[in-house]
Ligand binder design. Structure first.
Ligand code: PLP
Ligand code: KYN
Length: 494
């Protein structure tokens, strides 16, 4: 890393490799205390093959005799796949269980004196905090369904192929679920697989996609394209795309664009409203720590969420243009369900669908209150800071990780960072490509020493220091083990 960047981030190059320095960086960072909001699995917890935790830091841990090493916290860099459990999640879920136990069906409606929302209003209770994370108006977001399902619902509304414009543009290494979703939308409209256009990196060995390259592919297909769907942060390379620029370009060519923010939400600040994004979807189980497979979220820009009275004199044309579903209202066509219906009339059972204005009108089913409760616990942790402050910490953590990876003692490092070195083009994650044949041996060594991270075969490790709970000391401990593993692996392979 350039020295000037270290200075910008506030790292002192001469002290980088010192353990004491890592601890000082933790001590000096006011946000370090947020780690305490989370349960960090111990090394013993990870090794334990019997069901349940062994460590004392988990409230129902069946703590038997464990060694000092087993009691040590693991080094968890996998928050880009599954975020850790906030301590308060158990308390919130207990509250949910108590409500269900004591109120039964009234839990949906009971107005509590102490301000807790009844289940029926939990979707609204999550809007404020969610909207802050993605730079939206509260009415533009809703917590509902799951990521791939939401992409389908949103594409059903925004992918409206015509004879002339029918293609979907995605990126060539899109997360497979996004690829399948786009492909199946195309098939659903009886269009050929060639209607899917993929943006691939110019270099076969470097996953980097420059904005210029992305814009040029979009321009090339503009006349025949009905939708662009891209990730805010690419899951494999960790590259953070220029959402504002690409969105503006698509709009200049009259193409709607949606963003999969799975790896961006809770990781980098985005401004979906100001950037005029048409729609976006995300999961709440990565940098947001709502639990495995928990309910997701979506954004629909205010201008697409309007529900208006049809002009009576022009009713037929309004119908044709807006996909009208009942006699008096116009709104964006969508795959509807009762939970998207206005709460005042939702329970009327009269088959007149009146959507809630905004993103909530895209809801389909009664959401799991258990999931909403877990997401609320996670959002309340985010509520202890704000995404801009968290991003500053994240920039420092990732810069420190990068600087440590770049200082390999004893020859050339047997790996290369494939995530952009420009901090503005990445979030927390750095992806590291190992020299061929080293992955299994390195992974085995670091995992057996309590490191948790993600491998993408054949040769990539994704290392994601989550700014809410990872520390500079975690990175120091990781680097020590990782470099030791590299030395052992390269010695073996010669
Ligand atoms: C970019 C991206 N899209 C889609 C998915 C799939 O999400 P889900 O299984 O919640 O639909 C994931 C993660 O699993 C992802 O990282
Ligand atoms: N939901 C999962 C279930 C099992 C294993 C991984 C996942 C992931 O979320 C992978 C994630 N999309 C990733 O980029 O790592």
């Amino acid at each position: 890393m350039a020295n000037s960047q270290n200075q910008f981030i506030g790292l002192e190059a001469s002290k980088l490799t010192s353990e004491a320095y890592a601890k000082t960086l933790d001590k000096e960072d006011a946000l370090s205390k947020l780690r305490n909001e989370f349960i960090i699995p111990t090394k013993g917890d990870l090794k334990n093959k019997r069901f349940g935790p062994v460590s004392k830091n988990i409230s129902n841990g069946t703590s038997g005799p464990v060694s000092a090493e087993d009691e040590e916290e693991s080094i968890y860099f996998c928050g880009n796949s599954l975020g850790l459990q906030p301590k308060r999640t158990r308390e919130y879920i207990s509250r949910y269980l108590d409500t269900w136990a004591s109120k039964g069906v009234f839990g949906h409606f009971t107005q509590y004196e102490d301000g807790h929302p009844p289940w029926l209003d939990m979707d609204d209770a999550l809007k404020d905090q969610t909207s802050k994370l993605v730079g939206a108006l509260p009415s533009e977001v809703v917590v509902m369904e799951t990521l791939t399902a939401n992409l389908h619902f949103l594409m059903a509304s925004f992918y409206r192929p015509t004879k002339d414009r029918y293609k979907i543009i995605i990126e060539g290494k899109a997360f497979p679920s996004d690829h399948y979703a786009a492909m199946s939308q195309i098939a659903h409209h009886n269009l050929p697989p060639s209607a899917l256009v993929t943006i691939t990196p110019p270099s076969p060995t470097d996953p980097y996609l420059s904005s210029d390259h992305i814009l040029s592919v979009i321009s090339e297909h503009a006349a025949t394209t009905a939708l662009v769907l891209l990730p805010g942060i690419q899951f494999y390379s960790g590259q953070y795309f220029d959402i504002e620029l690409i969105t503006r370009h698509c709009h200049s060519l009259n193409i709607p664009i949606g963003w999969d923010l799975a790896h961006a939400v809770g990781n980098v600040p985005v401004k979906l409203h100001d950037w005029n994004v048409d729609f976006a979807a995300w999961c709440n189980y990565k940098y947001l720590n709502g639990g495995p497979g928990t309910i997701g979220g979506l954004f629909v820009h205010d201008r697409h969420g309007q529900v208006e009275e049809s002009p009576s004199n022009d009713e037929e044309s309004a119908k044709a243009e807006n996909g009208i579903l009942d006699k008096t209202l116009t709104y964006r066509p969508r795959l509807s369900g009762w939970w998207g219906g206005d709460k005042k009339v939702r329970f009327n059972m009269d088959n007149v669908f009146v959507p809630i204005p905004g993103a909530s009108g895209f809801q389909v089913s009664n959401p799991s209150a258990l999931d909403l409760t877990a997401v609320l616990a996670s959002l309340d942790v985010f509520g202890l800071t704000d995404i801009d402050t968290l991003r500053e910490r994240s920039l420092r953590l990732t810069a420190y990780l990068e600087a440590r990876l770049l200082q390999y003692e004893g020859g050339e490092a047997p790996y290369k960072i494939i995530t952009p070195s420009n901090p503005a083009e990445r979030g927390a994650q750095l992806s590291v490509r190992l020299n061929p044949g080293l992955l299994d041996s390195i992974l085995h060594f670091i995992e057996s020493n309590g490191v948790v991270l993600d491998e993408r075969k054949p040769d990539v490790l994704r290392v994601a220091p989550a700014p809410l709970y990872n520390s500079f000391w975690d990175i120091h401990r990781f680097i020590t083990l990782f470099h030791e593993a590299c030395k052992r692996a390269t010695a073996k392979t010669g």
